[in-house]
Design a protein around this ligand. Sequence first.
Ligand SMILES: Cc1cc2nc3c(=O)[nH]c(=O)nc-3n(C[C@H](O)[C@H](O)[C@H](O)COP(=O)(O)O)c2cc1C
Length: 98
Amino acid sequence: MEVGIPDNDVVEKEVIPQLLGADVVFLVSSLYYFGLNAQLKTVIDRFYDYNHELKNKKMIFMMAGYGTQEDMDAVKLHIEKLSSYMRWKMIDQIYVDD
Ligand SMILES: Cc1cc2nc3c(=O)[nH]c(=O)nc-3n(C[C@H](O)[C@H](O)[C@H](O)COP(=O)(O)O)c2cc1C
């Protein structure tokens, strides 16, 4: 079964067009249960249809959480994998603890 994307879908209508035109992608998340928050993950999961068109950009990642740097280890690995997979050159990663 195929499901149509609603006309008012903000990711399709606004986020993806801006991403396609961007040189630098700035991803930001709070730390939720040792991972990315669902708001950012929901957008990342929409990259899939555009993987090829989105490649070769630069990226910056920023996160804050109440815990320690070690609490963000899984996110650090995830973001390195994402940057390598998307072929987005990492400019900087900022992890703010406590
Ligand atoms: C659902 C939820 C899960 C959280 N999980 C963690 C966590 O695993 N480790 C941590 O250090 N902080 C955790 N926090 C604290 C948040 O990272 C912190 O409060 C952050 O500043 C919240 O940002 P927000 O106001 O944009 O949601 C969590 C907060 C919420 C609401």
